[in-house]
Write a protein that binds this ligand. Structure first.
Ligand code: PLP
Length: 424
């Protein structure tokens, strides 16, 4: 997702894929919930997994399971090879120069905590500032608050506009000589806003300020090129990109990562251990203490195989069409407020509120129709405060969703509106 969706091919320019065929790759989509066909529109929370990924994980445990880096026996060497191959595969998918710059972590949350503790904390002094934005997920707030509290530094946030975007001029102003790091989400998990990542990075780098991008909501929607973005760190979670849970990536430049102290200590990350003191390996092992989530890393590599075979241009065109349809249909509902920017600068995520109906009631009602959406503060309480709401309802679309599913969502929401209007 190095370019906003507005630059991605229009639906008409790209040969569409057969959605029915794509859906057949995802076994969970043919299940029923409360006797109704599942309509899964909670993809920003986690995406469903294609057979390719499920089979790769099952196959690993069925035939290949062994610990990595430790054995001279066949299975261990093969597992090591598969794990290393997954790293190289992910590196290629995100445009990293070298596989070793891809650190496998548990997810975006761990990636951000790692950078906060091992990169930023030793550089912070009282009075320093860490700059975030007003649309961050708690995972991109709390780790910075922890290191700020420990050092006397402060966390500040670039405000968002009423349209749910960042104003570049305001962002530049907020970058001061006290700013020690800029951290922002590539795509907002609530508003779907696709931030002008390259411009924000360039503004920070022109003042010598390091940048971390939280790509948790961007990687599922388009190809990311970390070198093109120009950031220092990029992190994301596997489970949102059609891969297993418990795996994610922190990317950073080799020289920066190798200069950082380890995050956790244990097996595999050491060079030489003595009771008087130990020395540590270079990346990636430096940051991968203990037995990693081997099968999930393999699954992540396979997920990128799947996505690239389907074609990012086709995925983006399909999701753009879903977003258009969703916004258009949802606007029909009386008393609806849609949050977030114009569809040209957002990913396929729609947050909204219905006048007089609590989002939790909406969620429960839709669940009865087999429709899974997300309600609540979406781990973004400062953003909820800015929007002036305690919670929203969020529908988020993935490559396997259909316009018919969106129509079912809207039909069900009409029932919600009528039910609450009649009972009030
Ligand atoms: C923008 C954003 N950042 C970070 C996270 C945290 O991801 P995880 O819980 O997989 O570590 C999320 C999860 O929803 C997210 O949406």
């Amino acid at each position: 997702m190095s370019t906003p969706l507005e630059d991605s091919p229009a639906a008409s320019d790209v040969a569409p894929f057969d959605v029915a065929q794509v859906r057949a790759d995802f076994p969970i989509l043919s299940t029923e919930v409360h006797g109704k066909p599942l309509v899964y529109l909670d993809n920003a929370a986690t995406a469903q997994k294609p057979n390719e990924v499920i089979d790769a994980v099952a196959e690993f445990y069925r035939r290949e399971n062994a610990n990595i880096h430790r054995g001279v026996h066949f299975l261990s060497m093969q597992a090591t090879q598969r794990y290393d191959h997954a790293r190289a595969r992910v590196a290629r998918a995100i445009g990293a120069i070298e596989p070793r710059e891809v650190i496998f972590v548990r997810g975006a949350t761990e990636g951000i905590n790692l950078v906060a503790q091992c990169f930023l904390r030793p550089r912070l002094q009282a009075g320093d500032e860490i700059l975030l934005t007003g649309m961050e997920h708690h995972a991109n707030i709390i780790p910075w608050q922890l290191v700020a509290d420990a050092t006397g530094a402060q966390v500040r946030a670039i405000p968002i506009t009423d349209a749910g975007e960042l104003d570049l001029e305001q962002a530049v102003e907020a970058l001061t000589d006290r700013t020690r790091l800029l951290a922002f989400s590539h795509v907002s998990n609530v508003l779907g806003t696709i931030n002008s990542a390259k411009e924000l990075v360039a503004a920070a780098k022109s003042k010598g300020i390091p940048v971390l991008i939280d790509g948790a909501q961007a990687v599922p929607h388009g190809p990311v090129d970390v070198l093109d973005l120009g950031c220092d760190f990029y992190t994301f979670s596997g489970h949102k990109v059609y891969a297993p849970d418990g795996i994610g990536v922190l990317w950073g430049r080799a020289e920066v990562l190798n200069a950082m102290d380890p995050y956790q200590g244990g097996g595999d990350m050491i060079e030489r251990v003595r009771f008087e003191g130990s020395t540590f390996r270079a990346i990636p092992e430096r940051f991968e203490a203990g037995t990693p989530n081997i099968s999930a890393a393999i699954g992540l590599g396979v997920a990128f195989d799947y996505l690239e075979a389907l074609g990012w241009d086709r995925i983006q065109a399909h999701e753009a069409a879903l977003l258009q349809h969703g916004v258009q249909r949802l606007r029909e509902l009386p008393g609806i407020t849609l949050f977030g920017p114009d569809t040209a600068t957002r990913a396929s995520v729609i947050s909204f509120s219905l006048e007089g109906v609590h989002p939790h009631d909406v969620g429960t009602f839709l669940d009865g129709d087999g429709i899974a959406i997300r309600v609540g503060h979406h781990c973004a309480q400062p953003l909820m405060d800015r929007l002036g709401v305690a919670a929203t309802t969020r529908a988020s679309f993935a490559l396997y969703n259909t316009t018919e599913e969106i129509d079912k969502l809207v039909d069900s929401l009409h029932k919600v509106v009528n039910f609450f209007r009649d009972s009030s």
